[in-house]
Write a protein that binds this ligand. Structure first.
Ligand SMILES: [Zn+2]
Ligand SMILES: [Zn+2]
Length: 344
């Protein structure tokens, strides 16, 4: 028969666990938020996956250790790539995707400076005080932003469809509200759970470089695994079994990363986003436009330039092209178009 005393150790363990979790939350307040906790968990899991797959090579492959002694530069370059991939991961994870609210602030700053320069000049012999300028600047700010954004859409578009129902911001074209970040993102691509951030105008290029580095690391690691399994350097069966399991995980990761790299390269070349490609019918300014027409494409070369330099022009807004331009782009390619590199 159980007595109250038999539950005492369980209660003590629970209390100790409660004290430990309270201490952790006091030291790291970010862990109190379930969304940030799961994001942190995924980051830890990703780093552990890297460390396990790469780290397992050295104790299991004795031949690799021998080769490292003979040609240390080979392993040094491999480890540099491994570290660079992890650094790129955290660099992308902590980068801003380009929030609309930041674009509004940046635009407000330049617009206010421009207005101040104009208004501080004497008008009809009178100077306008700085307080008046600040107040009128705040009042006009939203209207000016609305005017700016209206000019980016086609005439006759309804401003109701551009207003975010969650943060009540007037959205420029290609913007979408992210429910995980709870912010509107410029040139929204997708919210990446593994990185714990949105991929948008500000960090799409960094994201591409991260996938590229991961793919190269996967290929190199795969080559090391294959050479180890083929050399029969492993004596114990359980070591070989671990190597085969890790290699299978690596092949799965490689297929996923390679397809992702191809897909995002295609998006970069055609100036499209995952959201635009998958939810085309839901976006008002895409309606009635043939699927073959890439709405924001400016030719392969300019698309690539804009993609690579998006950090410098993070808050430069793109306008929806006029109908006449889109109709001209929709016409089929002729021999002359191919010879004059119309797509570039
Ligand atoms: Zn929003
Ligand atoms: Zn997001």
């Amino acid at each position: 028969m159980r007595t109250a005393g038999s539950f005492a150790p369980v209660r003590e363990v629970r209390e100790a666990w409660g004290r430990l979790s309270d201490g952790c939350l006091a030291r790291f307040p970010c862990l109190a938020d379930p969304a940030r906790r799961s994001s942190l968990g995924l980051k830890v899991a990703l780093v552990l996956l890297h460390v396990v797959i790469v780290g397992a090579l050295f104790p299991l492959d004795t031949d690799l250790v021998r080769r490292t002694r003979e040609h240390p530069w080979y392993t040094v370059i491999y480890l540099v790539l491994f570290l660079a991939t992890l650094v790129q991961y955290f660099f992308t994870s902590n980068s801003s995707p380009g929030y609309v609210i930041d674009a509004m602030r940046a635009w407000d700053g330049t617009h206010a400076a421009f207005t101040n320069r104009r208004q501080s000049a004497p008008r009809h012999g009178k100077f306008v005080s700085s307080t008046d300028i600040n107040q009128s600047g705040k009042i006009d700010s939203r209207m000016n932003w609305l005017k700016l954004v209206t000019g980016l859409y086609l005439p006759g578009s309804s401003s109701r469809s551009w207003t975010c129902t969650y943060c009540h911001i007037i959205q420029p074209p290609r913007t979408k509200h992210c429910h995980d970040c709870d912010k509107c993102v410029l040139r929204f691509d997708h919210h990446c759970a593994w990185l714990g951030t949105c991929i948008g105008k500000g960090n799409h290029c960094r994201f591409w470089w991260y996938i590229f580095e991961e793919t190269i690391l996967c290929i190199w690691t795969g080559i090391l695994y294959i050479s180890c399994l083929r050399s029969n350097a492993i004596k114990a069966w359980w070591k070989e079994f671990i190597m085969i399991v890790l290699f299978a995980v690596l092949v799965f990761c490689f297929i996923f990363l390679f397809l992702l790299l191809l897909f995002h390269s295609y998006l970069a070349l055609t100036n499209q986003t995952t959201f635009e490609l998958t939810r085309r019918r839901r976006i008002s300014y895409f309606r009635g436009i043939p699927r073959s027409v890439r709405l924001f494409s400016k030719g392969i070369c300019r698309n690539l330039y804009m993609f690579c330099c998006s950090c410098d022009t993070m808050y430069t807004l793109e306008a929806v092209p006029p109908r006449e331009e889109l109709e001209a782009r929709a016409r089929p390619y002729t021999c002359l178009d191919i010879m004059s590199c119309r797509c570039c």
